[in-house]
Design a protein around this ligand. Structure first.
Ligand code: GLU
Length: 441
């Protein structure tokens, strides 16, 4: 059997798009699963729109994702192969030169090279779609080059795929109508036909083709938002593909094993940020504490007076619980663990109602009962809770637990007071309760 070789030829006329990354992923997975090669080809023949910056962006983005190519080509550097193919077609009579009115400049004549279209039905087998049939008659004698040394996309792609021994052309559904043209060129040149697979398009929630107005579309943007490459890749693989079992979280290595073109759906794949977030969180939670901490921007937290690495390790589960991606990290949500919070006394009143005298009484009770706890009870959430629970249930939980939580955190929203007490520890917790009592007096 021939060695499997796949390819993706992105045009460097824009930054790495999510759709291209997904096409690369599928080509990569398919090649690796079958012990084959994945070829990346920069399709830079559009001289006006192609730039080195875009090419670098595509290469860097794919490198970040870990989707390494086995070979890299730049289409513009291989132009002699296209010229040879055009000459062959002209010699055999399968193509001809034609002088025509310029579409750009009125009254000007230009030369183009057209393929003599035999005008027949073409059926090709698509791994995702099964047999696909097109009548090529309507295509007429289509243009394949502007000049011998200026080939158009269809010709260049066919010549390059043949020359590079590409066995499988796996690309977006938007290219399906290009396939009959490309097959006609292959046949005119006597090439073997590769196997095709056209992947469903990625759609926004409104079922229209994913675009800027649906949100971020470039890989860079997702990287900057703090998604991990593992999470992002995993989500891309799920766009239009259904794993056999219940498992949805995969590493790249597992995807090579599991991914199967036969289980790719025909219909469009709807992009969901919520699902991406969920997948990413699952991957974030696989990180060790050390790796996770490296992903967080702790520069301002580390400068706070009560910061210590040990305390940060205790705070980490709270952060992990909340974040789907690193960019969601809000230092203000945890700063109170490392610095005495500031707040107004009125904030100690549950729902802003009641009497501060009662608040004082409750905090005094809590202070007393907490001070009586043995040292080891301070790391035991149940013991901390038990020490105030009966009292709080009797006089009103909110009236007791709200001021307790508020004087420790200074925030309307925070973890429950017992979690905070256990992280702050005896000395600091009692100090903060004292501060509240002083403020009230
Ligand atoms: N340059 C085309 C693109 O960026 C390649 C299409 C193909 O895979 O043949 O979509």
């Amino acid at each position: 059997m021939k060695k499997i070789r796949t390819r993706v030829p992105p045009s460097p006329t824009g930054v790495l798009h999510m759709g291209t990354a997904r096409t690369v992923l599928v080509n990569y997975l398919f090649a690796k699963k079958h012990g084959g090669d994945f070829v990346l080809r920069s399709e830079d023949t559009d001289k006006e729109r192609s730039t080195k910056e875009f090419e670098d962006n595509i290469l860097e983005g794919l490198k970040w994702l870990g989707l390494d190519h086995d070979e890299f080509y730049r289409q513009s550097e291989d132009i002699e192969h296209h010229i040879a193919a055009i000459e062959k077609l002209l010699e055999s009579g399968a193509a001809y030169e034609s002088e025509e009115e310029s579409k750009k400049e009125e009254g000007k004549k230009v030369m183009v090279i057209r393929l003599k279209n035999p005008g027949k039905e073409i059926t090709f087998n698509d791994i995702v779609r099964g047999d696909v049939t097109f009548d090529t008659t309507e295509l007429g004698d289509f243009v394949i080059a502007r000049a011998k040394d200026d080939p158009l996309y269809h010709l260049a792609v066919v010549v390059d795929d043949e020359r590079m021994g590409i066995t499988h052309v796996i690309r977006g559904e938007d290219h399906i109508s290009n396939t009959p043209r490309q097959i006609l060129i292959q046949e005119a040149l006597g090439y073997e036909r590769p196997i095709y697979a056209h992947l469903p398009l990625i759609l926004g929630a409104d079922k229209s083709k994913l675009s800027k107005r649906h949100g971020a579309t470039s890989v860079d943007e997702y990287r900057q938002m703090g998604y991990t490459k593992e999470g992002f890749i995993n989500y891309l693989a799920l766009l239009g593909w259904h794993p056999v079992g219940e498992q949805e979280i995969f590493t790249l290595k597992e995807l090579i094993e599991e991914f199967d073109l036969e289980r790719v759906q025909k219909g469009g794949a709807i992009f969901s940020l919520e699902k991406l977030d969920w997948v990413n969180k699952e991957h974030l939670n696989k990180l060790s504490d050390k790796e996770y901490l490296e992903g967080l921007d702790l520069s301002e937290i580390e400068n706070l007076p009560q910061f210590s690495s040990e305390k940060m390790e205790k705070v980490l589960p709270i952060v992990r619980e909340r974040l789907h991606k690193f960019s969601e990290f809000d230092k203000d949500e945890i700063a109170f663990f490392f610095a005495v919070p500031e707040y107004e006394i009125e904030d100690l009143l549950f729902k802003g109602k009641g009497d501060l005298k009662d608040t004082k009484k409750h905090l005094e009770y809590v202070k007393k009962t907490l001070s009586e706890l043995q040292n080891d009870a301070w790391s035991d959430l149940e013991a901390l809770k038990a020490s105030v629970w009966d009292y709080a249930s009797e006089v009103g939980r909110g009236d007791v637990l709200w001021p307790l939580r508020y004087c420790l955190s200074g925030r309307d929203k925070s973890p429950d007071p017992f979690t905070i007490l256990s992280i702050l520890g005896r000395e600091e917790s009692l100090k903060r309760i004292d501060t509240a009592l002083e403020k009230i007096s």
